[in-house]
Design a binder for this molecule. Structure first.
Ligand code: HEC
Ligand code: HEC
Length: 464
């Protein structure tokens, strides 16, 4: 009897103690950051991975080269120093041989994952210039009329292009964003998955899942961060084999799971390449002693979530719940509202076999590594904040802002895009933070810093 009481008292004390411990972030028991454990990853050859990314046939249907040549002028810049027909098309397309021996031009990962900055192409830098706000069915590169002409006069070419025409038909009308500068790849994936059998991956003319209305805007994470992360995507919900997520774009045109198996066999190499990319160095002078002061401020205020850097650096891999991060919730909450996509993935071909992947949604976002953060503006998962200075002082964040997409200008002091505040959000080149999914709220951890401390942290961030 006496002994039992002691046990009850001890467990009561330990309950209180554990509660106090989780209150480190001053919140309740379910409100603490959650560690993402690592999963087993494939090994590969990064040089082969790079070659496959920039010349390979992970898509096997595209615009016939003979037509592409007519519609698009020759691209003489050859940023990737490629040879043969690849040298004549923009860096974000590959020329590959379709299964019926027609040369086709296919869009690649570099559409969204490479960007020209100050005249130089950075592979792995998220592209925030592509204009998803003016995408519609009218953008189908071959209009219905064009497709009819092709079908009549070059049936073999038409056959090679048909899978991508079908996909464009199903997706282009549904992936328009409200403003320029954000990406709708998540909606693209949703639309494509809805037209694929989860096991065979074969195309279904009618969608088999209910497709939500609206498009959730996101930024594009830099590829050089992936080597530190145990969970992929802003939601950190990509777990298990990363190669399977990397090859997901293949569902744009894949014929069936046997093609997917062949494409999949290259993605250990692609992962090795992505892990080999280093962030670009800040190109201007850095005030070393100010950066050193900033390091102390960073370690005291930011490291518990974002980690430490340099030789002995460590990255904590934490998911930060909504009650702490308070940034726009639309992206993670869509996983709750539309579980059919998570279910599709977790029972699909991608979640099976030797290297299974899975999705584990969470109500919040991963605290990303900040390597090369100086070049990745705009900031937050929805790209709603134009500079680091505004990210670290929430009162300074503009409600409506625009930048020059034609002649981009970088602000190396505030670190981010030179922008203009505007009163009128009507045009699509104006980022409108009052729209659902586009809010710039939350992440107010920089507000309590003094202005000199903020300057110092920014100087330090330039060194990462
Ligand atoms: C249409 C644009 C688009 C294309 C094409 C595209 N991606 Fe992405 N990718 C994105 C966006 C947007 C995200 C972030 C989505 C999110 O987190 O919700 C992303 C996320 C990723 C990530 C996660 C990085 C991280 O740190 O979590 C990797 C890696 C990646 N993509 C690789 C690829 C590869 C490899 C290809 C080609 C086979 C590809 N992507 C094609 C837009 C694209
Ligand atoms: C409680 C955890 C936490 C703390 C403390 C924290 N952050 Fe963050 N940070 C996050 C999360 C989570 C995100 C992603 C939020 C989102 O995108 O919605 C983020 C995003 C960022 C980004 C944007 C990255 C990008 O590419 O968009 C920067 C820069 C950043 N934090 C810097 C800092 C600095 C500097 C400090 C310290 C003054 C700090 N953070 C403190 C969790 C934290």
């Amino acid at each position: 009897m006496y002994r039992n009481q002691t046990i009850v008292i001890i467990s009561f004390i330990s309950l209180i103690a554990s509660f106090a411990f989780t209150n480190d972030f001053s919140l309740g028991i379910l409100e603490k950051p959650t560690y993402i454990p690592p999963s087993k990853q494939r090994q590969g050859d990064s040089a082969k991975g790079y070659a496959y990314l920039t010349t390979g046939d992970y898509l096997k249907s595209g615009m016939p080269y003979s037509y592409f040549k007519v519609f698009y002028p020759k691209d003489k810049r050859n940023y990737l120093n490629r040879t043969g027909k690849d040298a004549l098309v923009p860096y974000d397309f590959n020329v590959v041989r379709a299964p019926n021996d027609v040369d086709v031009v296919v869009p690649t990962c570099l559409q969204c994952h490479a960007q020209v900055f100050d005249g130089k192409l950075y592979v792995g830098l998220g592209n925030t210039f592509q204009d998803f706000s003016n995408i519609s069915n009218a953008n189908n590169p071959v209009s219905d009329f064009g497709a009819k002409v092709m079908k009549t006069f070059s049936p073999k070419q038409y056959k090679a292009a048909l899978p991508i025409f079908n996909s464009f038909d199903a997706v282009l009308g549904g992936m328009q964003t409200e403003v320029r500068g954000v990406n709708s790849a998540d909606k693209l994936a949703t639309l494509l998955v809805a037209h694929r059998d989860p096991q065979t991956l074969e195309w279904q003319k009618k969608p088999i899942l209910e497709i939500p209305k609206g498009v959730i805007p996101t930024d594009v994470p830099a590829w050089w961060l992936l080597k530190k992360k145990n969970g992929m995507f802003y939601n950190g919900f990509g777990r298990g084999d990363f190669g399977k997520f990397l090859m997901l774009s293949n569902i744009l045109t894949v014929k069936d799971s046997s093609e997917a198996r062949e494409v999949n066999s290259h993605f250990g190499d692609v992962l090795a390449y992505i892990k080999s990319i280093n962030p670009p160095k800040y190109p201007k002078t850095i005030d070393a002693s100010l950066a050193d002061e900033g390091k102390t401020v960073f370690v005291n205020n930011c490291s518990k979530c974002h980690g430490t850097y340099g030789d002995k650096g460590s990255y904590p891999n934490l998911l930060i719940p909504e009650s702490i991060i308070k940034t726009d919730s639309l992206l993670y909450s869509s996983n709750q509202q539309n579980p059919q996509f998570i279910d599709w993935f977790n029972k699909s071909w991608f979640a099976q076999g030797e290297n299974p992947a899975r999705l584990e949604p969470f109500d919040g976002y991963i605290a990303p590594p900040l390597d090369g953060v100086w070049i990745t503006a705009p900031y937050l998962h929805n790209g709603s904040v134009p500079t680091l200075h505004a990210l670290l002082n929430s009162k300074e964040r503009p409600v409506y802002w625009k930048r020059n997409f034609k002649k981009p200008q970088y602000d190396y002091d505030k670190v981010g895009w030179v922008y203009e505040r505007v009163d009128n959000p009507k045009r699509r080149i104006v980022y409108n933070t009052t729209l659902p999914g586009y809010s710039n709220r939350g992440h107010t951890f920089g507000d309590k810093l003094t202005e000199p401390e903020r300057q110092a942290v920014i100087e330090y961030l330039k060194t990462l």
